[in-house]
Design a protein. Structure first.
Length: 97
């Protein structure tokens, strides 16, 4: 599994669970969140393919979802990366006085 925020590889030992409080050692983002779940789907109803799952408003925050499955593929990497890239582009093309 990869962290949804920084993209660092998270090694999960066989038989070990990811708990609600677990965070990425590199960036501190929560690991047990929708953005790191195999069932997360931004175009699905409630943005989850599990029909019985409760709606979670902030997908990057730790939650108590019992359907959580660590994602094999990284669906979302760096939710803030787009903002950072946009700011860098704005700085690059800023008119200098």
């Amino acid at each position: 599994m990869k962290c949804h925020e920084c993209g660092v590889e998270i090694v999960i030992e066989v038989g070990k669970k990811i708990f609600r409080q677990d965070t990425c050692k590199k960036c501190g983002s929560y690991l047990h969140c929708c953005l790191n779940c195999e069932l997360y789907d931004p175009v699905a109803w409630k943005e989850c393919r599990e029909p019985q799952a409760m709606r979670v408003n902030d997908k990057a925050v730790a939650n108590f979802c019992e359907y959580f499955i660590p994602a094999q593929a990284n669906k979302v990497t760096g939710t803030r990366r787009a903002d950072k890239a946009r700011n860098k582009l704005d700085d690059l093309f800023k008119k200098k006085d």
